[in-house]
Design a protein around this ligand. Sequence first.
Ligand code: AMP
Length: 417
Amino acid sequence: MMTIDKFNFAGKKAIVRVDFNVPLDENGKITDDTRIRGALPTLKKILTDGGALIIMSHMGKPKGKVNPKFSLGQIVDAVSAALGTPVQYAPDCAKAQDAAAALKPGEVLMLENLRFYPEEEGKPVGIEKDDPNYDAAKKEMKARQKEFAKTLASYADCYVMDAFGTAHRKHASTAVIADSFDADHKMLGYLMEKEVKAVDNILKDIKRPFTAIMGGSKVSTKIGIIENLMDKVDNLILCGGMTFTFAKAQGGKVGNSICEEDKLDLALDIIAKAKAKGVNLVLGTDCIAADAFSNDAHTQVCSVNDIPDGWEGLDAGPASREAFKAAIVGAKTILWNGPAGVFEFDNFTGGSKAIAEAIAEATKNGAFSLIGGGDSVACINKFGMADQVSYISTGGGALLEAIEGKVLPGVAAICGE
Ligand code: AMP
C-alpha cells in the first residue's frame, strides 16, 4: 500500500479530499478552524515536495443544489492564510478541467462544494424510498456518481484521502474516486493515518483497565457502539440524557427528563448483558434536576429514580460524578463520546467537567485517552483541556463506526476491506 510519506509529489498534481466543513458565523467568518489546521500537514507535504494541489471538500448539507450559504468560496482566504500561499478557486467543482490543467508545481486550486452536485452523495433526489421507481432512480444516480468521480479524478495524477469526518460515507470524493487510481497513486493523508492509528490504539492491544464513557442525549443513537464496547471494556459509564431511560426502565420516576419510552427494554437488555459479560456498568444515581430547560432554571440534587413532576435531570449529580471518576482515574485506556449533561448551559457542565478532569488525571498517569464526537470535543475545548488528553478525533460518526469495528469506506477505498 502506498503511504503519503513514501510518495514523492514532485511534478505531480494531487487531488486531496479534506474535511473543510468548518463552522461559520452569520457573516461567513470561520468560528473554529480545527479542521483546516488538521489538514495542513498533508497539504504542506505535497507543496513542499513540489507538487500541485487540488483541494476538494463539502460544506454543510446543500442537498445537491447550489447554495451560496455553503460556498467554499467563503473560506478561500482563510485557507490561503493557513497554507501561506495564494489559493485559486474553481466555482464549479465539475468544470475545473482547465484550471486544474493550468496548475504549476507549488500552486493550489480549491474546488467549490462537492455537495452542490447530488452525484457526490449518490442519493437519488426528489424520490422517496417507498416509490416503486426508487431502485431504478438509485441505480441511475450510482452511475452518475461514477462519472462524477471520474471527472474529479481526471484533474490529477494521484489521490489523497484525508477527510476522516466523512470517511464513513461512500461518496464520490471519499471512496468512488479511488477506483480511478492504481494502488501506487492513492493513499491516506496524515490526518487519516493518525485517526486510524488512534482507533487501533483503542481496539487492538488494549491496555487495561479500559473505561468507555458514553453520554449525549439518547441511547438509541449509541446502541451499536455500546453493544460493541461491551465485548471490550472493563468499565462502561453511560451518562447524559440516556441515564433517565435506564432509570425509568428500572422503575424510577424521571419527571420531565429526556427518556426514550420505546427503549426501556433495550436499557434492561444492556444492563443484563453487562452483568453477563462481567462489565462494570456505571449509571448515574443522582442528578442536578431543573424546573425548566434553561441555564437559569432553579435546581436541586435528586435521585435519578425520584425526580419531582415538572423537573428534569440536566446534569450528573455529585454521587454520580464520584462514581464516574472512580471508574476513570485508574484506567489505562479511555474513550469518551458524549457529554454528561446539557453542557451548552454553563450551569450544567459540572458532570462533563468532572469526567474531563478525571480523564486528564488518568492521562497524566500514562493512560491513552481518545475523545471523539462533536459534543465531547466541544466540552474539552470549552474547559480549555484539549492538551491534557492523548488524542482528539475530528470524526463523530466516522469515529463511532470505526470503533464499532466497521471498515470505513474511505479507508477501504485505499487499503482494501
Ligand atoms: P448526542 O448528539 O446524542 O451525543 O447528544 C449531545 C447532546 O446531549 C448535547 O447537546 C447535550 O445538551 C445533550 N444532553 C446531555 N445530557 C442531557 C440531559 N440530561 N438532558 C437533555 N439533553 C442532554
